[in-house]
Design a protein around this ligand. Structure first.
Ligand code: GCO
Length: 442
Protein backbone atom coordinates (compact mmCIF):
# COMPACT_ATOMS: atom_id res chain seq x y z
CA UNK A 1 0.00 0.00 0.00
CA UNK A 2 1.04 3.53 -0.60
CA UNK A 3 1.79 5.77 2.39
CA UNK A 4 -1.22 7.98 1.66
CA UNK A 5 -3.50 4.94 1.92
CA UNK A 6 -2.25 4.27 5.46
CA UNK A 7 -2.75 7.93 6.27
CA UNK A 8 -6.28 7.84 4.86
CA UNK A 9 -7.16 4.71 6.86
CA UNK A 10 -5.75 6.31 10.03
CA UNK A 11 -7.73 9.49 9.38
CA UNK A 12 -10.96 7.58 8.80
CA UNK A 13 -10.35 5.48 11.93
CA UNK A 14 -9.70 8.62 14.00
CA UNK A 15 -12.82 10.33 12.65
CA UNK A 16 -15.01 7.30 13.34
CA UNK A 17 -13.66 6.99 16.89
CA UNK A 18 -14.17 10.66 17.72
CA UNK A 19 -17.65 10.60 16.16
CA UNK A 20 -18.60 7.60 18.31
CA UNK A 21 -17.32 9.40 21.43
CA UNK A 22 -19.23 12.57 20.53
CA UNK A 23 -22.44 10.63 20.03
CA UNK A 24 -22.04 8.44 23.11
CA UNK A 25 -21.09 11.32 25.43
CA UNK A 26 -22.99 14.39 24.26
CA UNK A 27 -22.28 17.68 25.97
CA UNK A 28 -25.84 18.71 26.67
CA UNK A 29 -26.71 22.41 26.15
CA UNK A 30 -30.10 24.07 26.26
CA UNK A 31 -31.13 27.28 24.65
CA UNK A 32 -32.07 28.98 27.91
CA UNK A 33 -33.76 31.90 26.14
CA UNK A 34 -36.42 29.48 24.93
CA UNK A 35 -37.09 27.97 28.34
CA UNK A 36 -39.55 29.33 30.85
CA UNK A 37 -37.51 28.68 33.99
CA UNK A 38 -40.32 30.16 36.08
CA UNK A 39 -42.40 27.06 35.39
CA UNK A 40 -41.52 24.88 38.33
CA UNK A 41 -43.34 21.86 39.58
CA UNK A 42 -42.13 20.38 42.87
CA UNK A 43 -43.88 17.76 44.97
CA UNK A 44 -45.28 19.11 48.24
CA UNK A 45 -42.92 16.94 50.30
CA UNK A 46 -39.81 18.31 48.54
CA UNK A 47 -37.32 19.56 51.15
CA UNK A 48 -36.10 23.13 50.67
CA UNK A 49 -33.02 24.16 52.56
CA UNK A 50 -29.86 26.18 52.90
CA UNK A 51 -26.36 25.01 53.79
CA UNK A 52 -23.29 26.26 55.65
CA UNK A 53 -20.17 24.75 57.23
CA UNK A 54 -18.65 25.41 60.67
CA UNK A 55 -15.26 26.81 59.71
CA UNK A 56 -16.77 29.07 57.10
CA UNK A 57 -19.18 30.87 59.45
CA UNK A 58 -18.51 30.21 63.14
CA UNK A 59 -15.36 32.25 63.69
CA UNK A 60 -12.64 31.73 66.27
CA UNK A 61 -11.86 28.15 65.28
CA UNK A 62 -8.50 26.61 66.07
CA UNK A 63 -8.07 23.74 63.65
CA UNK A 64 -6.08 22.47 60.66
CA UNK A 65 -7.47 25.32 58.58
CA UNK A 66 -6.68 28.20 60.97
CA UNK A 67 -3.18 26.73 61.25
CA UNK A 68 -2.83 26.53 57.45
CA UNK A 69 -4.13 30.09 56.97
CA UNK A 70 -1.43 31.48 59.29
CA UNK A 71 1.33 29.25 57.98
CA UNK A 72 0.72 30.10 54.33
CA UNK A 73 -0.06 33.79 54.75
CA UNK A 74 -3.53 33.30 53.29
CA UNK A 75 -6.47 35.41 54.35
CA UNK A 76 -7.39 34.48 57.92
CA UNK A 77 -10.87 33.18 58.62
CA UNK A 78 -10.79 35.13 61.93
CA UNK A 79 -14.23 35.69 63.38
CA UNK A 80 -15.85 34.80 60.03
CA UNK A 81 -19.60 35.52 60.40
CA UNK A 82 -19.33 35.26 64.19
CA UNK A 83 -22.01 32.63 63.94
CA UNK A 84 -20.81 30.89 67.12
CA UNK A 85 -22.24 33.90 68.95
CA UNK A 86 -24.94 34.94 66.53
CA UNK A 87 -26.53 31.57 65.84
CA UNK A 88 -29.95 32.46 67.20
CA UNK A 89 -30.36 35.54 65.06
CA UNK A 90 -28.92 33.59 62.11
CA UNK A 91 -31.71 31.07 62.58
CA UNK A 92 -34.12 34.01 62.14
CA UNK A 93 -32.56 34.44 58.69
CA UNK A 94 -33.30 30.83 57.81
CA UNK A 95 -36.83 31.14 59.10
CA UNK A 96 -37.40 34.31 57.05
CA UNK A 97 -36.48 32.39 53.91
CA UNK A 98 -39.29 29.98 54.68
CA UNK A 99 -37.12 26.91 54.20
CA UNK A 100 -37.70 23.89 56.44
CA UNK A 101 -34.21 22.37 56.25
CA UNK A 102 -30.73 23.45 57.26
CA UNK A 103 -27.45 21.64 56.58
CA UNK A 104 -24.56 22.69 58.78
CA UNK A 105 -21.45 21.07 60.18
CA UNK A 106 -20.14 20.32 63.63
CA UNK A 107 -16.65 21.60 64.31
CA UNK A 108 -14.72 18.58 65.59
CA UNK A 109 -11.95 20.85 66.97
CA UNK A 110 -14.50 22.44 69.33
CA UNK A 111 -15.86 19.09 70.52
CA UNK A 112 -12.45 17.50 71.04
CA UNK A 113 -9.84 20.28 71.26
CA UNK A 114 -7.26 17.79 72.58
CA UNK A 115 -7.12 14.07 72.10
CA UNK A 116 -8.03 13.46 75.74
CA UNK A 117 -10.56 16.27 76.18
CA UNK A 118 -14.24 16.46 75.29
CA UNK A 119 -15.60 19.99 75.50
CA UNK A 120 -19.06 19.46 76.96
CA UNK A 121 -19.93 23.16 76.64
CA UNK A 122 -19.47 22.97 72.88
CA UNK A 123 -21.55 19.78 72.76
CA UNK A 124 -24.24 21.55 74.78
CA UNK A 125 -24.23 24.52 72.41
CA UNK A 126 -24.70 22.33 69.33
CA UNK A 127 -27.44 20.50 71.18
CA UNK A 128 -29.17 23.80 72.00
CA UNK A 129 -28.86 24.79 68.34
CA UNK A 130 -30.64 21.61 67.31
CA UNK A 131 -33.44 22.27 69.82
CA UNK A 132 -33.81 25.81 68.54
CA UNK A 133 -33.99 24.71 64.91
CA UNK A 134 -36.58 22.07 65.67
CA UNK A 135 -38.66 24.50 67.73
CA UNK A 136 -38.76 26.71 64.62
CA UNK A 137 -39.85 23.84 62.39
CA UNK A 138 -36.46 23.59 60.67
CA UNK A 139 -35.09 20.08 60.21
CA UNK A 140 -31.31 19.84 60.63
CA UNK A 141 -28.92 17.87 58.46
CA UNK A 142 -25.64 17.52 60.34
CA UNK A 143 -22.29 17.18 58.56
CA UNK A 144 -19.59 15.54 60.67
CA UNK A 145 -16.52 16.57 58.67
CA UNK A 146 -16.54 19.58 56.38
CA UNK A 147 -12.82 20.00 55.59
CA UNK A 148 -11.78 21.01 59.13
CA UNK A 149 -10.49 18.97 62.06
CA UNK A 150 -8.42 19.40 65.25
CA UNK A 151 -4.73 20.20 65.07
CA UNK A 152 -3.82 17.16 67.18
CA UNK A 153 -5.48 14.94 64.56
CA UNK A 154 -3.61 16.71 61.75
CA UNK A 155 -0.33 16.26 63.64
CA UNK A 156 -0.94 12.54 63.85
CA UNK A 157 -1.15 12.51 60.05
CA UNK A 158 -4.93 13.04 59.76
CA UNK A 159 -6.66 10.91 57.17
CA UNK A 160 -3.39 10.10 55.48
CA UNK A 161 -2.97 7.35 58.05
CA UNK A 162 -5.46 4.55 58.03
CA UNK A 163 -4.84 3.88 61.73
CA UNK A 164 -6.20 7.37 62.57
CA UNK A 165 -9.71 6.63 61.31
CA UNK A 166 -10.86 5.37 64.71
CA UNK A 167 -10.24 8.84 66.27
CA UNK A 168 -12.71 10.35 63.87
CA UNK A 169 -15.23 7.58 64.40
CA UNK A 170 -15.08 8.10 68.20
CA UNK A 171 -15.90 11.77 67.74
CA UNK A 172 -18.76 10.83 65.37
CA UNK A 173 -20.15 8.39 67.92
CA UNK A 174 -19.87 10.98 70.67
CA UNK A 175 -21.83 13.69 68.88
CA UNK A 176 -24.26 11.27 67.22
CA UNK A 177 -24.94 9.80 70.68
CA UNK A 178 -26.05 13.22 71.92
CA UNK A 179 -27.91 14.56 68.87
CA UNK A 180 -29.40 11.58 67.08
CA UNK A 181 -32.47 11.46 69.30
CA UNK A 182 -33.46 14.65 67.44
CA UNK A 183 -31.43 14.57 64.22
CA UNK A 184 -32.36 12.07 61.53
CA UNK A 185 -30.29 13.35 58.58
CA UNK A 186 -26.52 12.95 58.75
CA UNK A 187 -23.75 13.64 56.30
CA UNK A 188 -20.51 11.94 57.33
CA UNK A 189 -17.93 13.66 55.16
CA UNK A 190 -18.07 16.56 52.76
CA UNK A 191 -16.45 16.12 49.35
CA UNK A 192 -13.76 13.47 49.85
CA UNK A 193 -12.35 14.27 46.38
CA UNK A 194 -12.06 18.03 47.01
CA UNK A 195 -10.56 17.46 50.46
CA UNK A 196 -7.90 15.08 49.15
CA UNK A 197 -7.09 16.67 45.79
CA UNK A 198 -6.93 20.26 47.10
CA UNK A 199 -4.99 19.30 50.23
CA UNK A 200 -2.64 16.60 48.98
CA UNK A 201 -2.16 17.39 45.30
CA UNK A 202 -2.90 21.05 44.58
CA UNK A 203 -1.54 22.42 47.91
CA UNK A 204 -4.51 24.77 48.19
CA UNK A 205 -6.01 23.23 51.32
CA UNK A 206 -4.23 21.94 54.43
CA UNK A 207 -1.87 20.23 54.78
CA UNK A 208 -0.66 21.71 51.45
CA UNK A 209 1.07 18.64 50.09
CA UNK A 210 1.72 17.81 46.46
CA UNK A 211 1.72 14.06 46.00
CA UNK A 212 -0.52 11.92 43.79
CA UNK A 213 0.22 8.86 45.91
CA UNK A 214 -0.87 10.63 49.09
CA UNK A 215 -3.95 12.06 47.38
CA UNK A 216 -5.13 8.58 46.47
CA UNK A 217 -4.31 7.28 49.94
CA UNK A 218 -6.31 10.06 51.62
CA UNK A 219 -9.27 9.65 49.27
CA UNK A 220 -9.36 5.96 50.04
CA UNK A 221 -9.06 6.53 53.79
CA UNK A 222 -11.76 9.19 53.87
CA UNK A 223 -14.20 6.88 52.10
CA UNK A 224 -13.23 4.11 54.50
CA UNK A 225 -13.76 6.55 57.40
CA UNK A 226 -17.23 7.31 56.03
CA UNK A 227 -18.06 3.62 55.75
CA UNK A 228 -16.79 2.83 59.25
CA UNK A 229 -18.77 5.71 60.74
CA UNK A 230 -21.85 4.73 58.73
CA UNK A 231 -21.95 1.25 60.22
CA UNK A 232 -21.05 2.43 63.75
CA UNK A 233 -23.76 5.10 63.75
CA UNK A 234 -26.42 2.82 62.30
CA UNK A 235 -25.86 0.61 65.34
CA UNK A 236 -26.84 3.56 67.55
CA UNK A 237 -29.86 4.57 65.48
CA UNK A 238 -30.86 2.24 62.69
CA UNK A 239 -33.42 4.55 61.08
CA UNK A 240 -31.08 7.55 60.81
CA UNK A 241 -30.51 8.66 57.22
CA UNK A 242 -26.76 8.68 56.68
CA UNK A 243 -24.85 9.53 53.53
CA UNK A 244 -21.98 11.67 52.34
CA UNK A 245 -21.78 14.76 50.14
CA UNK A 246 -19.87 14.38 46.90
CA UNK A 247 -18.84 17.19 44.64
CA UNK A 248 -19.67 16.08 41.12
CA UNK A 249 -17.85 18.05 38.48
CA UNK A 250 -18.73 17.13 34.92
CA UNK A 251 -15.66 16.81 32.69
CA UNK A 252 -15.95 17.55 28.98
CA UNK A 253 -13.19 17.64 26.38
CA UNK A 254 -12.26 21.23 25.50
CA UNK A 255 -12.07 20.33 21.80
CA UNK A 256 -14.40 17.48 20.98
CA UNK A 257 -12.38 16.51 17.89
CA UNK A 258 -9.24 16.02 19.95
CA UNK A 259 -8.67 12.45 21.15
CA UNK A 260 -6.07 13.59 23.69
CA UNK A 261 -8.71 15.85 25.28
CA UNK A 262 -11.09 12.89 25.44
CA UNK A 263 -8.48 10.70 27.12
CA UNK A 264 -7.70 13.43 29.69
CA UNK A 265 -11.43 13.83 30.29
CA UNK A 266 -11.87 10.12 31.04
CA UNK A 267 -8.88 10.07 33.39
CA UNK A 268 -10.01 13.13 35.34
CA UNK A 269 -13.59 11.91 35.49
CA UNK A 270 -12.40 8.63 36.90
CA UNK A 271 -10.20 10.24 39.57
CA UNK A 272 -12.74 12.87 40.60
CA UNK A 273 -16.06 11.04 40.20
CA UNK A 274 -15.66 7.43 39.14
CA UNK A 275 -13.33 6.29 41.92
CA UNK A 276 -15.69 7.31 44.72
CA UNK A 277 -18.78 6.03 42.96
CA UNK A 278 -16.98 2.73 42.42
CA UNK A 279 -15.95 2.56 46.09
CA UNK A 280 -19.55 3.08 47.21
CA UNK A 281 -21.02 0.74 44.63
CA UNK A 282 -18.52 -2.08 44.52
CA UNK A 283 -16.33 -1.52 47.58
CA UNK A 284 -13.24 -0.96 45.44
CA UNK A 285 -11.28 2.18 44.59
CA UNK A 286 -8.22 2.40 42.33
CA UNK A 287 -8.08 -1.39 42.36
CA UNK A 288 -8.00 -1.58 46.16
CA UNK A 289 -10.69 -2.88 48.47
CA UNK A 290 -12.36 -0.37 50.79
CA UNK A 291 -13.74 -2.26 53.78
CA UNK A 292 -17.51 -1.89 54.26
CA UNK A 293 -17.88 0.86 51.66
CA UNK A 294 -20.35 -1.10 49.57
CA UNK A 295 -23.91 -0.43 50.81
CA UNK A 296 -22.87 2.37 53.15
CA UNK A 297 -25.36 4.97 51.96
CA UNK A 298 -28.97 5.77 52.75
CA UNK A 299 -28.81 8.64 50.29
CA UNK A 300 -26.20 10.30 48.11
CA UNK A 301 -25.48 13.96 48.74
CA UNK A 302 -24.72 15.89 45.57
CA UNK A 303 -22.80 19.17 45.61
CA UNK A 304 -23.00 20.53 42.09
CA UNK A 305 -21.36 23.67 40.71
CA UNK A 306 -19.99 23.35 37.17
CA UNK A 307 -18.40 21.43 34.33
CA UNK A 308 -14.72 21.59 33.45
CA UNK A 309 -13.54 21.78 29.84
CA UNK A 310 -10.50 19.61 29.75
CA UNK A 311 -7.22 19.51 27.88
CA UNK A 312 -3.90 18.13 29.13
CA UNK A 313 -2.91 21.72 29.99
CA UNK A 314 -5.42 22.40 32.75
CA UNK A 315 -4.16 25.07 35.17
CA UNK A 316 -2.82 23.69 38.46
CA UNK A 317 -4.44 26.50 40.41
CA UNK A 318 -7.98 27.73 40.87
CA UNK A 319 -6.90 31.36 40.70
CA UNK A 320 -7.35 31.66 36.94
CA UNK A 321 -10.49 31.47 34.83
CA UNK A 322 -11.15 28.02 33.42
CA UNK A 323 -12.24 27.73 29.78
CA UNK A 324 -15.93 28.13 28.98
CA UNK A 325 -18.11 27.75 25.89
CA UNK A 326 -18.76 31.08 24.17
CA UNK A 327 -22.45 31.17 25.13
CA UNK A 328 -21.85 30.25 28.76
CA UNK A 329 -21.91 32.73 31.65
CA UNK A 330 -18.68 32.95 33.66
CA UNK A 331 -19.17 32.98 37.44
CA UNK A 332 -16.91 34.90 39.83
CA UNK A 333 -15.18 31.67 40.83
CA UNK A 334 -13.81 31.49 37.30
CA UNK A 335 -15.83 28.52 36.14
CA UNK A 336 -18.90 28.55 33.88
CA UNK A 337 -22.54 28.34 34.88
CA UNK A 338 -23.76 25.03 33.48
CA UNK A 339 -27.13 23.95 34.90
CA UNK A 340 -27.37 21.12 32.35
CA UNK A 341 -24.57 19.43 34.29
CA UNK A 342 -26.85 18.99 37.28
CA UNK A 343 -28.86 16.51 35.25
CA UNK A 344 -25.71 14.77 34.07
CA UNK A 345 -24.50 14.55 37.69
CA UNK A 346 -27.71 12.89 38.80
CA UNK A 347 -27.33 10.42 35.91
CA UNK A 348 -23.76 9.70 36.97
CA UNK A 349 -24.91 8.83 40.49
CA UNK A 350 -27.78 6.64 39.30
CA UNK A 351 -25.87 3.35 39.60
CA UNK A 352 -25.69 3.90 43.37
CA UNK A 353 -29.40 3.29 43.46
CA UNK A 354 -30.16 5.53 46.44
CA UNK A 355 -32.16 8.77 46.70
CA UNK A 356 -30.34 12.00 45.90
CA UNK A 357 -30.20 14.95 48.26
CA UNK A 358 -28.79 18.07 46.60
CA UNK A 359 -26.63 19.07 49.53
CA UNK A 360 -25.06 22.11 47.80
CA UNK A 361 -25.58 24.30 44.78
CA UNK A 362 -24.96 28.01 44.44
CA UNK A 363 -22.82 30.67 42.83
CA UNK A 364 -20.14 33.20 43.73
CA UNK A 365 -21.71 36.50 42.75
CA UNK A 366 -20.97 39.63 44.74
CA UNK A 367 -23.49 41.97 43.08
CA UNK A 368 -26.28 39.37 42.83
CA UNK A 369 -26.56 39.77 39.08
CA UNK A 370 -26.07 36.06 38.33
CA UNK A 371 -27.64 34.32 41.31
CA UNK A 372 -31.29 34.79 40.21
CA UNK A 373 -30.53 33.24 36.79
CA UNK A 374 -28.43 30.54 38.40
CA UNK A 375 -31.15 29.69 40.88
CA UNK A 376 -33.90 29.58 38.27
CA UNK A 377 -31.96 27.43 35.81
CA UNK A 378 -30.87 24.88 38.40
CA UNK A 379 -34.28 24.65 40.04
CA UNK A 380 -35.94 24.27 36.65
CA UNK A 381 -33.51 21.44 35.90
CA UNK A 382 -34.41 19.69 39.16
CA UNK A 383 -38.11 20.18 38.57
CA UNK A 384 -37.79 18.60 35.11
CA UNK A 385 -35.77 15.68 36.47
CA UNK A 386 -38.32 14.98 39.19
CA UNK A 387 -41.11 15.06 36.60
CA UNK A 388 -39.28 12.40 34.63
CA UNK A 389 -38.89 10.19 37.67
CA UNK A 390 -35.57 11.11 39.32
CA UNK A 391 -35.49 10.34 43.03
CA UNK A 392 -34.39 13.77 44.31
CA UNK A 393 -35.61 14.67 47.78
CA UNK A 394 -34.09 18.01 48.63
CA UNK A 395 -32.23 21.13 47.59
CA UNK A 396 -29.90 22.94 50.01
CA UNK A 397 -28.77 26.23 48.56
CA UNK A 398 -25.12 27.12 49.15
CA UNK A 399 -25.13 29.32 51.07
CA UNK A 400 -27.33 30.94 53.68
CA UNK A 401 -24.95 33.92 53.89
CA UNK A 402 -21.59 35.06 52.56
CA UNK A 403 -18.77 33.28 54.33
CA UNK A 404 -15.12 32.24 54.35
CA UNK A 405 -14.53 30.56 50.99
CA UNK A 406 -11.47 28.48 51.92
CA UNK A 407 -8.45 29.20 49.69
CA UNK A 408 -10.34 32.17 48.20
CA UNK A 409 -10.91 33.81 51.59
CA UNK A 410 -13.69 36.40 51.77
CA UNK A 411 -13.41 37.53 48.16
CA UNK A 412 -16.12 35.21 46.89
CA UNK A 413 -19.67 35.75 48.04
CA UNK A 414 -22.07 32.81 47.89
CA UNK A 415 -24.81 34.07 50.24
CA UNK A 416 -28.52 34.54 49.87
CA UNK A 417 -27.76 37.12 52.55
CA UNK A 418 -24.99 39.66 52.08
CA UNK A 419 -22.66 39.92 55.07
CA UNK A 420 -20.92 43.18 55.93
CA UNK A 421 -17.80 41.82 57.64
CA UNK A 422 -17.12 45.17 59.37
CA UNK A 423 -20.46 45.36 61.13
CA UNK A 424 -21.59 41.73 60.82
CA UNK A 425 -24.84 43.00 59.39
CA UNK A 426 -26.74 40.54 57.21
CA UNK A 427 -28.94 41.79 54.37
CA UNK A 428 -31.24 39.70 52.23
CA UNK A 429 -30.27 39.83 48.57
CA UNK A 430 -32.90 39.95 45.80
CA UNK A 431 -31.98 36.35 44.98
CA UNK A 432 -32.76 35.48 48.62
CA UNK A 433 -36.18 37.04 48.19
CA UNK A 434 -36.60 35.11 44.93
CA UNK A 435 -35.70 31.84 46.69
CA UNK A 436 -38.20 32.65 49.47
CA UNK A 437 -40.93 33.17 46.87
CA UNK A 438 -40.12 29.93 45.06
CA UNK A 439 -40.00 27.94 48.30
CA UNK A 440 -43.32 29.33 49.48
CA UNK A 441 -44.83 28.90 46.01
CA UNK A 442 -45.76 32.59 45.74
C1 GCO B 1 -16.87 23.09 48.65
C2 GCO B 1 -17.63 23.14 49.91
C3 GCO B 1 -18.18 24.46 50.30
C4 GCO B 1 -17.85 25.63 49.40
C5 GCO B 1 -18.81 25.73 48.27
C6 GCO B 1 -18.54 26.89 47.34
O1 GCO B 1 -17.37 22.65 47.65
O2 GCO B 1 -15.73 23.52 48.63
O3 GCO B 1 -18.47 22.12 50.18
O4 GCO B 1 -17.62 24.58 51.56
O5 GCO B 1 -17.86 26.80 50.11
O6 GCO B 1 -18.77 24.58 47.52
O7 GCO B 1 -17.35 26.72 46.66
Amino acid sequence: MLWWMYALIALIGYTVLVTILCLKYPERHYNWDDIDTGKLDFPSEFAWGVATASHQIEGGNVNNWSQFESATGKELSGIACDHWNKWKSDFDLIEKLGVGHYRFSIEWSRIQPNESEWNEDAVAQYSAMIDELISRGIEPMVTLHHFSHPIWFEEKGGFLKNENIHHWVSYCEKIFGVLSDRVTNWCTVNEPEVFSIMGYHMKLFPPGMGSIRKTIQVMKNVVEAHATAYHALKKIRADAKIGLAKNVTIFDPLHRWNLIHWITTFILNHIWNGAIISALKRGRMFGRKIPNAKDSLDYMGLNYYTHALVSPFLPQTIEVDLPKRSHEIMTEFGYPMYAEGLKRSVELLKPLNVPIEITENGVADSDDSLRPIHLKRHLWMISEMIKSGADIHSYYHWSLMDNFEWAEGYSLRFGLYHVDYETQERTLRSSGELYRKIVSNE
